[in-house]
Design a protein around this ligand. Structure first.
Ligand code: G1P
Ligand code: ZN
Length: 545
């Protein structure tokens, strides 16, 4: 007989969810009652979930399976009716969103620390998504945090571990656990949106080849099913396809630094025509052509400009949105299309209301996140398939498509400099001294650059009027250039300072020049205005994208 047990506990004070859920070192999560407290706090913060369905899965990182076992027992003890869980505890973040929506589930729990490394000494995370398939709004994450500060007991079911390795239904107390194929629903949705026939024809042509680097993370099985099975791309198109608990020791972050092998494969005479990669939980993407890297901000603008070539978007876009630090490239496309472009704070949750209200169709972030109203998360493989569909229709190279776009709309030369693991006090001091100087900086001149305005970004959601303030310091120049400073909300060690630097460029000659060179003066200015070295002790960033 399975018994519901109520266990006494005391609060932890560090369970405030960040940019995307609660993210900590595995060792923190492994403390007795730590995960239990947080999961019970989720249920304490929610209403009317008795007998309802939740979707659960994770990116396969270390502690994924153990955590899921524990969560299932707490869910059963709290009266959840059914849990749909990916086989072997796997589900990519966009797949969770897709499944919540398709089966009208009450919500879902995602176990992931996204692009952060995995393993016993690395990172773990948990995130709650609501019935629209998207990350819970700040109101809910804050309520969960408040409950975590007052928690005194949690409920769990005394039962053996649940078999998560075979597809089908089983009973756990009064709750049904349905172990599902993690890939099928998502792959079916992709088949509805994109022209698989045209893409199959492109992939079978002798003049075209692609590589997708799954980085030993969760998208491996999805990419094999969609690219190699349904689209019949050559075997071996998907690299590092097997999900590993430590991602093979690498950072599962698709950028120029962490996807180095793919990047080097993409140049030279035998380079494939198209290269792409995705992150730990499958919501990020990087797009490469032969000898060209497409910045995520440009990628969003190019997808928006070409959307009607893709069946799922043939009717056009209602609007677009980008996070504040994302370059202004998509703004010009929106102008041209005569549709609204919204500027939101960093984090996917801010797109949710706009998507739900039908105000936007596409949205994206500079941090390798692109998505649409098909789910309520950013979606790595979706972006790759969108590009592949455009390539199949336009029959041009990635580089030609990018250069055509720049010729028509101009180019937003863009870079992001990250200073990782810097002392928290220094990082806070840097932000604070900029914050107090916003007024005084306006109107100042620095060789060739005039600051038009400087502020700390604040956003009022157009749907529910909720206000999010202190979302990053913006220095806006009269030329349209911008320097933005913000502290990461996803790191687990010290603070991470992100500096975003952007300058519009219409000079045709400069269009193909390297971004770091074109932005050299602004980069120097960004360091001196904010006194980066004084506050962080760093002379140079750790990661440049
Ligand atoms: C980072 C990105 C942000 C993204 C988030 C989750 O957050 O900058 O755009 O939404 O990861 O993938 P940050 O660490 O900057 O708070
Ligand atoms: Zn991610």
């Amino acid at each position: 007989m399975m018994k519901i047990k109520t266990i006494t506990t005391t609060p932890f004070d560090d369970q405030r969810p960040g940019t995307s859920g609660l993210r900590k070192k595995v060792k923190v999560f492994q403390q007795s009652r730590y995960l239990e407290n947080f999961v019970q706090s989720i249920f304490n913060a929610l209403d009317d979930f008795q007998g309802k369905t939740l979707v659960m899965g994770g990116d396969g990182r270390y502690y994924n399976r153990e955590a899921l076992q524990l969560i299932l027992k707490i869910a059963a003890a709290n009266g959840i009716g059914r849990v749909m869980v990916g086989c072997d505890a796997l589900l990519s973040t966009p797949a969770v969103s897709c499944i919540i929506r398709k089966y009208h589930a009450y919500g879902g729990i995602i176990l992931s620390a996204s692009h952060n490394p995995g393993g016993p000494d690395a990172d773990f995370g948990i995130k709650y998504n609501t019935g629209n398939g998207g990350p819970a709004a700040e109101k809910i994450t804050e309520a969960i945090y408040q409950h975590s500060l007052m928690i005194s007991e949690y409920h769990t079911l005394e039962t053996a571990d649940i078999n998560l390795s075979s597809i089908g239904e089983q009973r756990v107390g009064d709750m049904v656990v349905e172990v599902i194929n993690p890939v099928i629903d998502y792959a079916d949705l992709m088949e509805e949106l994109f022209d698989f026939n045209a893409m199959r024809a492109l992939l079978s042509s002798k003049n075209f080849s692609m590589r997708f680097d799954a980085m030993n993370a969760v998208t491996g099985p999805y990419a094999v099913e969609i690219l190699e099975q349904r689209l019949q791309a050559a075997d071996g198109t998907v690299l590092r396809a097997e999900p590993l608990t430590d991602f093979g020791g690498a950072h599962p972050d698709p950028n120029l630094v962490h996807a180095r092998e793919l990047v080097s494969m993409m140049s030279g005479t035998n380079a494939p025509n198209f290269g792409a990669a995705s992150d730990g939980d499958g919501d990020r993407n990087m797009i490469l052509g032969c000898d060209i890297y497409v910045s995520p901000s440009d990628s969003l603008a190019i997808l928006a400009a070409n959307a009607t070539l893709v069946p799922g978007y043939a009717r056009g876009l209602t609007g677009v949105a980008r996070s504040m630090p994302t370059s202004q490239a998509v703004d010009r496309v929106a102008d041209e299309l005569g549709i609204p472009c919204y500027e939101t704070p960093t984090g996917w949750k801010y797109f949710g209301n706009l998507l739900d209200a039908g105000r936007i169709t596409l949205c994206g972030e500079e941090s390798f996140g692109t998505g649409s109203d098909h789910v309520r998360e950013k979606d790595g493989l979706w972006a790759v398939l969108f590009w592949l569909n455009i390539l199949a229709v336009r029959k041009q190279s990635v580089a030609d498509i990018v250069h055509d776009h720049w010729r028509k709309y101009g180019r937003d030369v863009y870079t992001r400099h990250d200073y990782e693991g810097v002392p928290t006090e220094g990082a806070n001091a840097l932000m604070e001294q900029l914050r107090v100087r916003t007024g005084e900086l306006s109107g100042q001149h620095f060789d060739g650059y005039t600051i038009e305005r400087c502020d700390d970004f604040s956003y009022t959601d157009p749907i529910d009027q909720s206000v999010s303030s202190q979302q990053g310091i913006r220095i806006l120049f009269t030329s349209g250039a911008r320097i933005i400073y913000r502290l990461s909300g996803t790191g687990t060690e010290g603070a991470t300072l992100r500096v975003y630097i952007e300058q519009p460029e219409n000079d045709q000659v400069k269009l193909s020049h390297d971004a770091q060179t074109l932005l050299a003066d602004l980069i120097t200015l960004s360091a001196s205005i904010s006194e980066i070295e004084k506050h962080t002790g760093r002379k140079a960033p750790d990661v440049i994208t």
